[in-house]
Every structure is written in structure tokens, then in C-alpha cells.
Design a protein around this ligand. Sequence first.
Ligand SMILES: Nc1ncnc2c1ncn2[C@@H]1O[C@H](COP(=O)(O)OP(=O)(O)OP(=O)(O)O)[C@@H](O)[C@H]1O
Ligand SMILES: [Mg+2]
Length: 356
Amino acid sequence: MAPVSLTEFEPVNIFYGVNGAGKTSVLESIHLLSSARSFRSHKLNPLINNSLEKCVVFGEVFLSGRGYLPVGVERYKATGRSGAIKVAGQPVSSAAVLAENLPVQVISSDTFKLLEGGPVVRRQFIDWGVFHVEQSFHAVWRNVQRGLKQRNSLLRHGRIDQQQLHAWTLELIKYSEQLDALRLHYFQQFLPVFEKLLKRLVDLEDLSVSYFRGWDKTRDIADIFEENLLKEIDKGYTTVGPHRADLRLRYKAMAASEVLSRGQQKLVVCAMRVAQGLLLSTLTGKQCVFLVDDLPSELDSMHRQALCELLEEINCQVFLTCVDWKDVIDYWSSENKVKLFHVEHGKISINDSRIR
Ligand SMILES: Nc1ncnc2c1ncn2[C@@H]1O[C@H](COP(=O)(O)OP(=O)(O)OP(=O)(O)O)[C@@H](O)[C@H]1O
Ligand SMILES: [Mg+2]
């Protein structure tokens, strides 16, 4: 995309234009500001213009009570150079500082992957929520990662240093239990909010969501580690723990991803994401930004309307892409809160001459 500058967004911002105009790229730039990553790919290269070496995004986030916070992200294509992240003019070493100030949820045509994909996406989902509401989460999570890394490296080692293995196992147990308690507490708050919102979107009474902590809920992780020791030495890694946690979605005793239609799966995921946005503002007072790419194409008009109503109700800020603004403008109750941006060949212009 050519360099663009956008100022003054509204609660609802609609980016419209033909295929390939650059609409999703606009959402990607906001996502980059919130996490230093792309939402479409785990690689950075596709995000950066083929003919350029790097991309830079700068923005200001309005934080109630604190005013405007400048944030900037620079990312390089070439490996070896990661680029800078700046918050309030100061370089920061972790993208977590971005996420803290700009919580973002994405709803896109890939949204159903939260159900269909592996546990890692659902762990990331729950951890997004825990990160924002539990201050201690980040430190605990890092300690679990460190404990796992050390323990796995010892397990892989030919001649095991029993003393060290014992010490790292104790460390891992301590932080695993803490992480599980944080996730469980968050999940217990999330579930009723999700169930209430889901009812507004779709009638799926037999859907159940449960949290799996990564090891048998009836047993102590310490006992399982002890019991599994020989097996884990043989395998060379830690087989149970919070790195195996998951959310299990079932519909009438079957995996939801196997029985629900694609549209129903998207609605379930929409309810999950909106629930997180709502919970975030209820528990922390922070406002969530929703990036809605190509207002999921497999949703019918009634369900799109229901989704937009929820987004409007929870008081978040929405950035939405579509081909024609006339297809989506009626979903919002107050036209005054909606701003239209026409995207054409990577250039963006404000459209304030709309006629219904
Ligand atoms: N890394 C890149 N370098 C150069 N051009 C790119 C790169 N990635 C994508 N593009 C191009 O940028 C243009 C805009 O892509 P984008 O996905 O933002 O379009 P869009 O408006 O969302 O389209 P659609 O309606 O099809 O979803 C496309 O022509 C795409 O091929
Ligand atoms: Mg697109």
C-alpha cells in the first residue's frame, strides 16, 4: 500500500471498495499496532510491500483518563532485523505493551478456525482474555514457558541430571497451577457472558463449552509428572501441562466443528469474540477494537444484523470491510456514529456524501 494517513475514526468505520483495493491491508495495519503481527499469516513478509524492505505503522490510541497514547511499529522483511516498537515515544521490547493498550479482536472469513483448528488457537483465545484481566498472567505464562523449555531440554539430554530435573519440575508445577487457576477463573466469568450472547445470535441450546486444563482435572500434576517420568524421558518432552490446555466445544456430544454448519460455527466464534470484548470492558473498563473483515460472507443478512447489533451494544470500536457500503450501513442504528472510507488502488478517501 502507498503511505496513507487517517485521522479521526468513529465508533464504526466502514472501509469499502472492490476486490484487491486494499481494505484488509488497512485492518492489518491496525492489527500490527496491537500485536506487531499479521492476523492473516504467521509470517511477516506478506504484510510488507513486495518492493519495500519494511513497513511502518503509527497511530494514537485514545485511553480514557489518559488521553492519546502514540504507538508505532516498524517491521523488516529481512530476517535478523526485527524493527522497533515504540509506545509513548519510548522503545519497548515486548509486543505485550501494544496489546495492553490496544486490545483487538478479529472476525474474518477464517473465523471458524477457532473451532476447527488445533488447540493452540483456542489457548491463544483464552489467554488473550486472561492477559487483559489478570495482571499477573504475563509473568506466570513466561515462567511456564521457561520451565517447560528447561525441563524438556533436560528430558532430551542423554544422561539426566536428576537434581536439576527435579528442581525444574517443581518450578513448572508451581507456575502450571497458577496459570491454570488464572485461566479457570477467567473461563468461569467468560462462560455465562458467552452463553447469553450466543442466544442472541443463534439457537444452539445443546452447545457446550468446557475448559480442559491440560491434565486430568481429578489429579495432581505433580503425581502425573512422577508417574510419567520414564515415558517422558523416552519421548524427550513434557506430555501434560498447561501447554496442552484447550477449550472443548461440543454439540450433542460431538465436536462442534464436525456437526455445526460453517455459518453456525462462525456465529459461535462471533459470540465468543464479542463475549471477550464485553468481558474486557466490564472487568477492566478498557474498550476493545473489532476488526471485521468482509463481514463474514457465509452469514445471512439476519445474522449479520444481529452481530452488528451486539457490536454496537458492547460499545467497542469497529473497523469493518465490505465491497459496497450500502450492504452494511443499515445494520447500524445510528448513522452518525458511522464513517465511510472508500478504498481504491491502495488509496483511501472519506465518503461523507452518502445517500441511503
Ligand atoms: N506483500 C505485498 N506486496 C505488494 N502487494 C501486496 C502484498 N500483499 C498484498 N498485496 C496486494 O495488495 C492489494 C490489496 O490487498 P487486500 O487484501 O488489502 O485487498 P482487499 O481490498 O481486502 O481485497 P478483497 O476484497 O479481495 O478481500 C492486492 O492487490 C494484493 O494483491
Ligand atoms: Mg480483503
